[in-house]
Design a binder for this molecule. Structure first.
Ligand SMILES: Cc1cc2nc3c(=O)[nH]c(=O)nc-3n(C[C@H](O)[C@H](O)[C@H](O)COP(=O)(O)O)c2cc1C
Length: 159
């Protein structure tokens, strides 16, 4: 039973959750890193990030995606950008065929929720079984212990 946690994070929230999940499930971890990152500061990030979602960009990634056939369970984590998942996940979808897997989606947002994003992910990974989803509001700014126990309890429910 091999598990991998695949995620992108611009500002650390999704990375925090990805690392907690990987530690708790003894999973491998793959951070999707675009060759060209969007600016992190202020208005610029919303402009360039928003544009990249609207135009469904598929940024080139620095790291190769391993053969995913070897995993039974794949966690996919994304920040919410313009109510959707981020462009590096478009790249993942276009590069690899993921079928007949147990999938788990996790997302970080700043108050707008993740339901729309999870619906889009379900559509994009249609030939799989989604066994769980969870979202957090900017967990990097929250109490670490609280978030950790939420992650642990949720993992116990779904796995
Ligand atoms: C380009 C861009 C668009 C965003 N759009 C949304 C949104 O539609 N809804 C929302 O709740 N948060 C939105 N956010 C906030 C992030 O989803 C939130 O801060 C998240 O926790 C960041 O995750 P990260 O630290 O892993 O990058 C947006 C952030 C960026 C940079």
């Amino acid at each position: 039973m091999k598990t991998i946690v695949i995620f992108y994070s611009l500002e650390g929230s999704t990375k925090l959750i990805a690392e907690m999940i990987a530690k708790e499930t003894d999973a491998e971890i793959l951070e999707l890193k675009p060759e060209k990152e969007i600016p992190k500061e202020g208005f610029k990030k919303f402009f360039w990030g928003g544009k990249s979602v609207i135009f469904k960009e598929k940024p080139k990634l620095l790291n190769p995606i391993p053969d995913l056939e070897q995993y039974d369970t794949i966690f996919i984590g994304t920040p919410i950008w313009a109510s959707s998942f981020v462009p590096p996940v478009n790249t993942l979808i276009s590069k690899v065929s993921i079928k007949n897997k147990k999938l788990v989606f996790f997302a970080c947002h700043s108050g707008g929720g993740a339901d729309k994003c999870f619906d889009k992910l379900r559509n994009s990974f249609a030939d799989n079984t989604v066994i769980g989803t969870i979202s957090f509001a900017d967990p990097i700014k929250d109490n670490r212990e609280k978030i950790h126990s939420q992650v642990k309890n949720w993992l116990q429910e779904i796995l």
